[in-house]
Design a protein around this ligand. Structure first.
Ligand code: IMP
Length: 426
């Protein structure tokens, strides 16, 4: 298999960093296709934790080429900061990093607007990294792209046009409109620093696929945060689903050989919006603490809840999932009962589908499972798991009609049961 997409099947934070890191062993390229510094992965570099928001997790493998496609939005200062941090730890990331010259740029006014809006009653709980306003500029055809950093005069003219458009909004939200000079000064050095990394990444990725290189397309956020198919308006502003890899990188759908969806054995969500299986109280606190469910970008405690199988079925369908990597099963150890939402009661009767736009009017229908008390984090095979844990994961698999390819049972690389591997020959 040459082209494989890894996509979040829930509301993000499904453990993509770890699974991409495992698959990257066999990958020649790791390509991010959507989102920006709103994502976050914690990497362990020489025993030290480093949080990266833009650099793909594949950077840890010294021979993988890492790419940010043009569907991503790049904050130059954040990216340069990450590259410098990784450089200082001896990874030489600039030798292996390519960034789409057509990727749109997050500038100071995007972050300003995102923050001002989040202080109003219209807040949806964004990460306040300027991601939404940057994608707005892209759609409004007044965005700034990384390639625009090649000429300061042109960049200033573009920023001036963008500020004319944003000015009234900033003032209405109680902010102060920055000067063109201040905006350009703020980002200029970082933009210059990135120029040597810029490339036509669509052509580069296609050439890699043609040469039968193994390319991993790394999604950001998750299916239920997708701009078109998520729980709108409580979504991010990009195409997080697998289809986004084609538009976000610039390759045709025929180049994709497999799609792997990531899902936790429970659910989490950060920010506002409906979350029907949400838990509160001691069980929620326990899952949050054991699962370390705090945002890696914002530090916000994540909302937690039971696994939502109608939502997972929806993700299987929207992404055309070939398999599911189920993560964080170990976090459920020690609970007396584990629940799975199997359907919804709606005003029109019971459904096994995910009513993405009408969740407020729906009640989850649960199936209960006996918990398992043993530590599962050292199992090497599925049959080494306690029967209760095995029954639970096999139930998920059969309910969503999609085979499991990975069951992750701890944060370590070795704490992973690999059932099938999309990049390894059969
Ligand atoms: P934005 O992407 O910062 O505009 O935020 C929009 C919504 O997506 C908010 O609910 C965020 O909490 C959520 N979101 C954005 N990025 C991530 C992520 O990487 N993990 C989980 N939620 C995210």
């Amino acid at each position: 298999m040459a082209g494989v997409i890894i996509v979040g099947a829930q509301w993000g934070d499904e453990g993509k960093g770890k699974v991409v890191d495992i698959y990257t062993d066999e990958a020649d390229y790791v390509v991010r296709y959507a989102g920006g510094p709103n994502a976050g992965h914690t990497l362990v570099v020489n025993g030290e934790k480093v949080v990266v928001r833009l650099v793909p997790s594949g950077i840890l493998r010294r021979d993988a080429i890492c790419v940010l496609g043009q569907g991503t939005v790049v904050d130059p200062k954040v990216l340069v900061g990450e590259l410098d941090t990784l450089d200082a730890r001896g990874l030489s990331p600039r030798d292996r990093m390519k960034v789409a010259e057509r990727a749109h740029v997050i500038l100071a006014y995007h972050i300003l607007v995102d923050g001002l809006r989040e202080a109003t009653s219209a807040a949806i709980g964004t990460t306040k990294r300027g991601v939404g306003p940057c994608y707005e500029d892209k759609a409004a055809r007044r965005g700034i792209r990384l390639r625009d950093f090649r000429s300061r005069v042109d960049l200033e003219a573009r920023v001036s046009r963008a500020l004319e458009a944003w000015g009234p909004t900033i003032v209405a939200l109680g902010g102060t409109v920055p000067t063109v000079e201040a905006v350009v000064d703020d980002a200029w050095d970082a933009g210059q620093n990135l120029l040597p990394l810029l490339a036509d990444t669509a052509a580069l990725t296609e050439a890699a696929l043609k040469a039968r290189k193994r390319v991993l397309f790394e999604g950001a956020q998750g299916t239920l945060l997708d701009i078109d198919h998520g729980t709108y308006p409580y979504v991010t502003s990009s195409s997080a689903i697998a289809g986004g890899a084609c538009t976000g990188v610039g390759i045709g759908p025929s180049r994709i050989d497999a799609v792997v969806g990531l899902a936790k054995a429970y659910c989490t969500r950060v920010g506002g919006g409906p979350f029907p299986t949400e838990l509160e109280g001691p069980v929620a606190d326990r899952i949050r603490t054991i699962g370390a469910e705090f945002g890696s970008v914002t530090g916000r405690p994540r909302r937690v809840g039971w696994v939502d199988l109608p939502a997972l079925r929806y993700a299987v369908r929207l992404n055309g999932l070939d398999s599911i990597a189920l993560t964080k099963l170990d976090v459920l150890a020690g609970l007396e009962t584990i629940r799975a939402c199997v359907a919804y009661d709606t005003p029109n009767g019971r459904t096994r589908d995910f009513p993405a736009d009408d969740l407020e009017a729906c009640t989850p229908v649960y199936q209960d499972f006996p918990g398992f008390s043993q530590d599962v984090s050292n199992a090497k095979h599925l049959d080494e798991l306690p029967k209760e844990a095995r029954d639970f994961v096999r139930f998920i698999e059969s309910e969503v009609e999609c085979p499991l390819s990975i069951v992750s049972i701890g944060p370590g690389r070795e704490q992973t049961i690999i059932l099938s591997h999309p990049l390894r020959p059969e």
